[in-house]
Unconditional design. Structure first.
Length: 500
């Protein structure tokens, strides 16, 4: 009892001292000067000031009140063939580049950080990760598409649709979308149809958008033909029905995108870009044979065989994605006899790019073989003196000429003008959108379709996997104990059943 009484006495004394200190702090200055005890109490209870915390608060307030920089860019698909070149072009132009990548161990992105880009985690199929990625962003470069193991509809349509709506709500000022040449002509091909629908969605939105329709890139031809022919491996060609492709260098396409993003006259435009010459499959093989000095082992695959494979694969759910990708054969078959056009002079003028600055396929493949042969003869490839510096200077000059707006850069009639947006406005909208997506996801998780028991999809998966695990465990114990599964089941029933 004495201990308890002493404890409460100490608490009462502390409370009295605290009340006295508060009253002293609130007293006039002349009253404080007359009492040493008051001065001591005032000093003891003076609030401590964390200067670093104050600096952080002031910094955040200043950042929120500042305008979104016109040199801030978000790149989707930054680890892809084109996306990494887009990142490099904008970094070389002095832009602040942010890359949204999936959290995947098999998709390395450390090279983006080494270049100077900011990398954040985000996924088009996870809506709650999208709004925060757009805070402080002026321009979005959309080069993303579904990987072979992903669902094209979920990523390229549902995910992109939500992302575009987020950009619209958060006042993103420029949106450059990478599409496919002639996508409106092949609506039976799923990816082509989705690209065309996305173009129509952008046209109906309030975004200041630009659509870049690209042809095939040169880079995959190295692994498909140049390397295989050099190693005396079999290469696959078509039956000659394909009209060919105007292959382009991914660096040229990235420079076209940078030129489109920096010019007002490209707002609301759809621009088709490509290489300077159309190449058929047989011509590509002949070029590789000529430059490598090897004879190719060509296996011709008729378009009819690929179409039959596509039809068979479409009959099974597990191979439906393969069937959809094989539908690109229809692009060649339906275009049989048609003329494939190269990039027009009007497109070059609109982008402000010199046609002579675009790379040709024979130069690209020839450069690859030159480096390979030099490595084979000398053991390793070492550039000539001043070669890297000259290449860097040439690329820098091409980029600067491409992003130069010029005196005739004017917004087309009917297109919305650019407006100033603060980071605070984007941050506020991001918080609201993220809360909306999280609430919807929570409601969906708690809905009837996600019950663990019954006839719902989740219950089907849970019960199916539980059954598979039970069968696997039964087979293991049958091997370990030499007791059959049926005998194990009888034993379990006997254990858990009543004696009657």
């Amino acid at each position: 009892t004495s201990l308890v009484t002493g404890f409460f006495a100490i608490v009462a004394c502390c409370a009295a001292v605290r009340r006295r200190a508060v009253l002293t702090a609130a007293a006039p200055t002349n009253a404080v000067r007359g009492s040493a005890t008051s001065r001591q109490a005032t000093i003891m209870f003076e609030p401590e000031v964390d200067e670093e915390e104050d600096v952080d608060v002031i910094g955040r307030l200043t950042e929120n009140a500042s305008m979104v920089s016109k040199t801030s860019v978000l790149v989707l698909g930054a680890t892809g063939t084109l996306g990494r070149q887009v990142v490099r072009q904008f970094l070389n132009a002095g832009y602040s580049v942010r890359c949204m990548v999936r959290n995947r161990a098999d998709r390395p992105f450390s090279f983006l950080v080494d270049w100077g880009a900011q990398v954040i985690e985000g996924n088009l199929v996870r809506k709650e990760t999208l709004p925060s990625a757009l805070i402080g962003v002026h321009t979005v470069i959309d080069c993303a598409t579904a990987n072979p193991e992903e669902n094209t509809y979920n990523v390229d349509w549902e995910g992109k649709k939500t992302f575009i709506q987020c950009c619209e709500k958060m006042d993103i000022q420029r949106y450059v979308f990478l599409s496919i040449k002639d996508c409106e002509k092949y609506q039976s091909v799923p990816l082509m149809q989705i690209k065309h629908l996305t173009e129509k969605l952008l046209a109906k939105s309030s975004l200041r958008y630009t659509v870049i329709r690209a042809t095939g890139f040169m880079q995959p031809l190295v692994s498909q033909y140049a390397v295989s022919i050099l190693d005396d491996q079999k290469v696959y060609g078509d039956d000659g029905t394909s009209p060919g492709i105007a292959y382009m260098d991914s660096q040229d396409c990235a420079r076209f995108i940078a030129a489109a993003a920096t010019k007002e006259r490209t707002v609301g435009k759809t621009i088709t870009v490509g290489g300077p010459k159309v190449w058929s499959t047989s011509e590509v093989i002949e070029l590789c044979e000529k430059l490598s000095g090897r004879k190719a082992d060509v296996s011709t695959v008729p378009s009819a065989v690929l179409q039959l494979t596509q039809a068979v694969a479409g009959c099974f759910e597990f191979s439906i994605d393969v069937a959809e990708r094989l539908r690109f054969v229809e692009v060649n078959s339906q275009n049989n006899g048609g003329m494939v056009e190269v990039m027009s002079e009007e497109a070059y003028d609109l982008l402000g790019v010199d046609p002579d600055n675009t790379r040709k396929l024979d130069d690209y493949i020839g450069e690859y073989y030159r480096r390979v042969f030099k490595k084979l003869t000398k053991g390793k490839y070492e550039p000539e003196a001043g070669e890297l510096e000259k290449e860097k200077e040439d690329e820098e000059n091409k980029l600067q000429r491409a992003i130069r707006a010029g005196q005739q850069d004017a917004l087309s009639p009917g297109q919305p003008a650019e407006k100033d947006v603060t980071i605070l406005e984007q941050r506020d909208m991001s918080d609201r959108l993220q809360k909306l997506f999280e609430d919807k996801k929570l409601a969906w998780l708690e809905g009837q379709e996600n019950k663990w028991f019954g006839w719902t999809n989740v219950a089907e998966v849970v019960n199916g996997r539980s059954a598979m695990m039970g069968v696997g465990l039964g087979l293991f114990t049958e091997w370990a104990t030499e007791v059959s599964m049926s005998k194990q089941i009888d034993t379990l029933l006997a254990i858990f059943s009543s004696p009657s």
